[in-house]
Design a protein around this ligand. Structure first.
Ligand SMILES: [Zn+2]
Length: 143
């Protein structure tokens, strides 16, 4: 199996001109894209910074800086893409198997090194095909 997606490795190899800084931020903001700088909130967990960095990198790739009335839709698309990258189906299945059925989202999120919001979004937006694969993996069959 290939290595899981690592946004720090991604930024180092694919965005050489981009600088990541960790700094105090206003309000509840977790990150900010001020090209060529990606700012991440100081005092957050490594898992949160991983998720936020992945999110800002998806924004960079999509190249949309101001999407006006479509901002909310763009934001959801970016969250969705970041969650898919950070949580592969195989790893999700392994985490659910290890933690046991009905485990709290926070427990699974910790095992997957993501924040709870990212885990929840990934699970909510599983495609029917992914759900079927997950079910068969959890049943012990090869999906
Ligand atoms: Zn965003």
């Amino acid at each position: 199996m290939s290595d899981p997606y690592d946004p720090w490795a991604d930024v180092a190899s694919n965005w050489p001109g981009v600088e990541v800084v960790i700094e105090p931020m206003r309000g509840t903001l977790l990150g900010e894209l001020r090209y060529p700088v990606i700012a991440l909130r100081a005092g957050t967990s490594a898992a949160q910074r991983r998720c936020t960095l992945a999110h800002e990198l998806v924004h960079l790739e999509r190249g949309v800086t101001d999407c006006g009335p479509w901002a909310a839709r763009e934001e959801l698309a970016v969250h969705d893409e970041a969650a898919r990258r950070l949580i592969r189906l195989d790893d999700l299945a392994a985490a659910v198997r290890a933690a046991g059925p009905g485990s709290a989202a926070a427990v699974l999120a910790q095992a997957l090194e993501v924040d709870t919001q990212t885990l929840t979004l990934r699970v909510e937006r599983l495609t029917p095909r992914e759900r079927a694969m997950l079910r068969s993996r959890l049943a012990g069959r090869v999906g």
